[in-house]
Structure formats: C-alpha cells, structure tokens
Design a protein around this ligand. Sequence first.
Ligand code: BG6
Length: 463
Amino acid sequence: MIKVINRVEGSYALGVLCSDYPDRFIAVRKASPMIVGLGENENFIASDVTAILKHTRNIYYLEDNEIVVLQKDSVKVYNTDKEEVKKDVFTVDWDVSAAEKGGYEHFMMKEIEEQPKALQNTISPRIKDGRIVLDDISLTARDIKNINKIYIVACGSAYHVGVVGKYLIEKMCRIPVEVQVASEFRYCDPIVGKNDLVIVISQSGETADTLAALREAKDHGARILSIVNVVGSAIANASDDVIYTWAGPEIAVATTKAYSTQLAVMYLISTYMAEKLGMLTSGEYARLVNDIEALPDKVAEILKSKEDVQYLASKFYNCHSIFFIGRNLDYAVSLEGSLKLKEISYIHSAAYAAGELKHGTISLIEDGTLVIALATGRELFDKTVSNVKEVKARGAVVMGVTTTEHTNMEDVADYVVKIPTIHEMLLPSLTVIPLQLFGYYMASLKGCDIDKPRNLAKSVTVE
Ligand code: BG6
C-alpha cells in the first residue's frame, strides 16, 4: 500500500481487501473524506460520520496518507515510514436523530426549522458577559492590526457568505477584502502573502476546490482561518485557525442552517476584529453583541409565518425565470436567494445589484416577470424602491422583502414579505429566511427532489 500511494496521483479514499488476508482490510485517504469507526468487535471506514453513527460514536479522524489496518478487534494506523501512529479517539456527541428527518417531509425543511437552535449553538459559546470570546483562534490584536488584506474563499452558498463578509469587514474594520470562488482563486496566481488573512468557508470541510485554494494561499505564506461545520475535516485540519459552526449534520444538499451559522460566525469575527482595532465605541459594540445574541429568536419569529411564503410560492411556481435584486448586503443575500431557488426548483433565476439593472439586464424584464426586490437597509431603501418602480414600469410583478420599519414598500410592490428589524449589519440572517422558504415551497409545488436535487452533491470532493 505504501508503494502504491507513493505512485498514485490525485485525491482518493481507498479500502483494499486481499484474499491472502481475509480477516483484515487496509484503508487510506488523500484529500477525500474518510473516517474510521471504532465498534465493539467490529470496525468501519466511511466518508462521513453519519454513515456509521448507528454502530458507534467513537471515531478516528485520518490525516492524508495515514494507512489504516482494520481487523474486527483491532485498528492500527501507520505513516508512510511504516511507523505506527497514535490516534486520539473522538467521540461524536450529536445523536442519531440529527441525521434523520424527525417527522419532517424533507431534511431541508427540518434544517430550515433548526436554524434558531443552530444559531444559538454557534453564538452562545462565543459571547460571555457581553463580550465576544473567540478562544478558537490565536489571532491577537497585534496580528489583526498587521493584516494587510483579507481574502475570503469558498464555493456555492459558502461563497455568498463571503460576499456578506466583505461588506461587513470593510465597513467595520476598514481592511480591504477580496472575495473569490475557490475554483478561480486556486488558478489565478493570487497576490497573497504572509501579511494577508485568508478566510476559508466550507460546510463539509472537504470541498476539493476550497481545499486546493487553501493550500495555494498557504503556499504563498498567508494565514488561514477557516469556518467549518465538520470537525476534523480536511479543511479544518489544514487551517491555522478554525471556527466551527455548531449547526449539526446538514443532510439536504441545499444548505440552509450551515449558511446561517456561517453568517453568524462572520458577524462574530467582524465585530471581534473591529473592536480590537478600536473601530467601535463601547455602545456600538454592545449593541452589535446584543443583536447577535437576539438572532435565534428573530429567525424563529420569521419561521412562524412560513405559510405566508408558501402562499406566494403557490402563485409563482410556474414561472420560468425569476430575478432577485438588492443593494449592498441585500445584493449579497439576493445571490443566495437565487441559488436556493435554482438548485432545488430548477427554475432559472439571476441575482443582480439593483443599481446595475439599467446597464443592460432590464431588457430581460417583460410583462409578468417576477422580480424579488430585497430592500432591508435604511440608507439604500429609497434607491431600491426606485429600481422597483423601473421594473414595474416595464411590466414586472414585484415581491418586496423588507423590514417592519419600512412602511411604503406596499405602495410600490405587488407583494411584500416583512422581517423584523435588527442591527443593519445582521439583516442578511433575517432576509435569507423567506428566500430559503420560497425556494423550498417552489420546489415542493413542482414536485422536485428537494433533498437530493438532480446533478448536485452535498460536498463536491472532486474538481
Ligand atoms: C455545493 C453544495 O455542492 O457545495 C452547496 O450543494 C455548498 O450547498 C457548496 O454551498 C460548498 O460546499 P461546502 O461544503 O464547501 O460548503
């Protein structure tokens, strides 16, 4: 096996049986997920903990090219120098039901409904006596002051969290932030070096493009801080610092609770860094911390009126093309709302910066085109309202998503979804909820396979 893996290129997760040794098999991984399950008189390998949770909670997380020899009553791990490696046993603490539907029709709705708890589990361990405490990271105030530039690198919905992160960090910390999809970052010979911080976001911690981008950044000497939902995953293991999202296992391919908890960690990091940089008064800091702690209840409040969104979906599920528009943080969320709709209902959709419509895209608007306009921020509300009027004038049907604070969206939009108010910086966490529900109900009404959409995988561990 050592001879083989010294010759094999690429990523792999192998379990090898040999008829000469029927009582054992050998396993090895490289840049592909694999864990070892330690049972009673039985041992396992699997790509994910959820696959073996019914049999054992005790597992080994494997590093790349660690070779495991499994027999029913023994598991030995070796490095490529044939030296036995001492592995710590990790005991999984979430219960089996976390990986089951629990009475919901789909994992996706279960996970949408779990968001208040997931947010609570992610936020509360990191706020003590009104202060953000990030024990998970070794980033000192001095390190933060020396940051030259921040890159945020991820794929899919995790990338959309990065777009929110850019607005937050630049607004609050005045540090330049560049957000890139991992598949581009890894091949663009990035201008990144030792004074740069690269924030890597990944639910699975195994996405091949994101892992490769992390390695590219590390090779350039950058410091890696990752936001990951799976403990012991490849991205977590390869980072200098990891902040885990405690969302629990996310089964539905289209992420919801992992996205929301990643946003929460982004708020914690942005506020933590801004405070260390002296960019916040104590009052501003206290208000942010207070509102971050209020997020779970605010999300729960929105979920109570999910049937309102179901009603709207019943009016639009036959649409062939739906546009999402917004400005600043609302634009960042419109990207996620559009992706949610596309990936599970297969309806074409696009997200545009509302101010960009007039530069070409508005030609796509015709009679009856549905435009979902996100206008939750104060400063740009009127600007987005004027974009709503522009598309209305060209025949669009408009669904506005705004806060209870704005009372004149009803004057311009055909339908209005209201969310509660909160600190402006935290609005994405509330705005996204109706959009997750909208995508879910549209897909449900179209009879799509919501948890396992066609052509998609929960974690893309290949290029
Ligand atoms: C896609 C998932 O395959 O990968 C998305 O369907 C996800 O939901 C994206 O956002 C990135 O995955 P991860 O695990 O790196 O966050």
